[in-house]
Design a protein around this ligand. Structure first.
Ligand code: XMP
Length: 535
């Protein structure tokens, strides 16, 4: 395995994804782990190399984070990226200089030496015959003096030491970012580092993972019972399918219908899990409870809090009921959750110290302790794309596994202001039309549907009325906004340039088929400054 130490860069997760794409297992841990922790981590001989990530933007002003010195004495290769290279230079006796103008964007790097990391890699050659690489740079400080033992590996006119290598110890540093796609040979460099230089085995593949995961779930659970909150989203669905594969009827899924789901969603979830997979699923219709609690509430954060808390209460009550009905048995001993690796990094990584809460996200944190349950999180090691691959391998339908994300509070944050059943019903119908048309309209160049070409698409209900005409009469009805965005990380997003013909069809279908809506608009705001959701 490969250890990635996170200094808080926004692209640390990308490093991990690139390594996984080379089929090498890796883990991300915060940069401030202790020397003792590192030595323990490496003690079983499985650790093949270490990558030190970049830092977050404000760290250009004097970050004092250092890598645990032990990573340099383990005898395994180390690759420092951006800030990771700078701290490596400093810790090994070189010099870093600050106070430079920030360099940000594309750069052309001249590869100086025939190091194992860069040998043979080039995007073009300079008139003098040097290998040149197109890379992405984002830094203010830079390495001014090489540490003893290191040779120059790459440079640009403004950054004379853009890469350094100590081939005897297999230590490498690059000032640019190989993990982003803008660095053309970046993937090749990371692959070369983990496979050739570290000698890690490319044995991380999905089918093998299923067998391993099933075995480890059986080991962990033994003969006890597991309860899981099924939402119909990708993560909880894949977790349910995997755990069901491992322990069958020892798993009970609880599906809380808060009445803020999309059209027919509840039936589809039941059909898939109870009908096709023959899993035990309890469906709790709590929609009236949620509507009552939301009555008169229009503040988005308050709505989120109410929905989140009530969700936990309903789930808890259901868990207690199951326990009572199982009087002869012990009742559930485990709570299963579809936590995935980015969630783990978010909550434990260096980033969380600096993260700013813009919206409080709905989750069930704290639930296992309240219920006296142990946690079972079989997707903890996987990235989203790996979770999807796993879902397909477990036989879940493509449409379920490749769904757009859907927020926990559901339509509760897509009905602006106060939530009413009437609004939710209108929104459900309009949104179903939008989804149908997105799925059935194929973009000819890629052969993909517009649903697959967008990262998230949905309809927002605006509780305002506007005037229209229908036949001979005047109408005075509600407005909806269509939203479709393209993004790779949901931190920034562009509004999708959907074809006019598609928008036209969706609009005319909604206005004709959904009585109560007479106007459809398209949201052309990017994030930032707008967010993806309207609340
Ligand atoms: P924003 O609106 O902040 O959304 O640009 C970014 C991503 O987060 C999702 N989102 C939520 N997910 N509970 C969730 O589980 C929430 O309260 C929530 N609010 C936003 C949003 O759908 C998008 O994918």
């Amino acid at each position: 395995k490969i250890l990635i130490l996170d200094f808080g860069s926004q692209v640390t997760q990308l490093i991990a994804r690139r390594v996984r794409e080379a089929h090498v297992y890796c883990e991300v841990h915060p940069c401030d782990v202790s020397d003792e922790w590192v030595r323990q981590y490496a003690a079983d001989g499985q650790l093949k190399g270490v990558i030190l990530s970049g830092s977050h933007a404000s760290a250009y002003e004097d970050s004092t984070d250092r890598a645990p010195q032990a990573v340099f004495t383990l005898g395994v290769p180390v690759l420092g990226i951006c800030y990771g290279m700078q701290t490596m230079a400093q810790q090994l006796g070189g010099k870093v200089e600050g106070g430079h103008k920030r360099e940000f964007g594309y750069a052309e790097v001249r590869a100086h030496s025939h190091t194992a990391l860069l040998k043979g890699l080039q995007d073009f050659s300079s008139p003098e015959g040097h290998g040149m690489l197109k890379v992405w740079m984002s830094h203010g400080d830079k390495v001014a003096e090489l540490p003893p033992g290191f040779a120059l590996m790459a440079s640009t006119p403004t950054c004379p030491i853009a890469g350094m290598a100590d081939e005897a110890r297999h230590f490498y540093g690059v000032q640019f970012h190989p993990e982003v796609t803008h660095t053309v040979q970046g993937r090749a460099m990371l692959e070369r580092f983990v496979l050739d230089i570290c000698g890690a085995q490319p044995d991380w593949v999905m089918q093998g993972h299923i067998a391993e995961a099933v075995e480890s779930i059986r080991q962990q659970v033994g003969s006890e019972e597991v309860i899981l909150g099924l939402s119909g989203g990708v993560d909880s669905s894949v977790a349910a399918a995997l755990i069901h594969r491992a322990i069958g009827d020892q798993l009970t899924c609880v599906f809380v219908d808060h009445g803020l789901l999309r059209l027919n969603e509840g039936d589809m979830v039941m059909d898939m899990f109870a009908g096709k997979l023959h899993a035990k699923v309890v469906r709790v219709d709590a929609s009236q409870l949620f509507l009552d609690a939301l009555k008169g509430v229009s503040d988005p954060e308050q709505k989120r809090k109410i929905i989140g808390k009530l969700f936990v209460d309903v789930f808890k009550a259901e868990a207690e009921k199951l326990k009572a009905s199982n009087a002869t048995r012990k009742g559930a001993a485990f709570l299963a959750q579809g936590t995935i690796y980015p969630d783990v990094i978010e909550s434990g990584g260096a980033k969380s110290k600096k993260a700013v809460v813009i919206k409080s996200h709905h989750n069930v944190g704290g639930l296992p302790e309240q219920l006296g349950l142990k946690l079972l999180e079989p997707l903890r090691d996987l990235f989203k794309d790996e979770v999807r691959e796993l879902g397909v391998a477990l036989g879940l339908p493509h449409d379920m596994v490749y769904r757009h994300p859907f927020p926990g509070p559901g339509l509760g944050v897509r009905i602006l202001g106060e939530v009413k059943k009437e609004y939710a019903d209108l929104l459900r119908q309009a949104d179903a039309i939008f989804m149908q048309e997105l799925r059935s309209t194929i973009e000819p160049n890629s052969g993909k549907s517009w649903y697959d070409l967008t990262s998230q698409a949905f309809t927002v209900f605006l509780p305002v009325k506007s005037v229209g005409v229908m036949g001979d009469g005047r109408t005075y009805d509600y407005v909806v906004a269509l939203r479709a965005v393209q993004t790779s990380d949901f931190m920034t997003a562009d509004w999708a340039e959907l074809p006019y013909a598609l928008l036209k069809k969706v609009s005319s279908r909604i206005i004709n088929e959904v009585r109560g809506i007479n106007r459809v608009t398209y949201d052309v705001s990017s994030k930032p400054p707008a967010t993806i959701e309207w609340e």
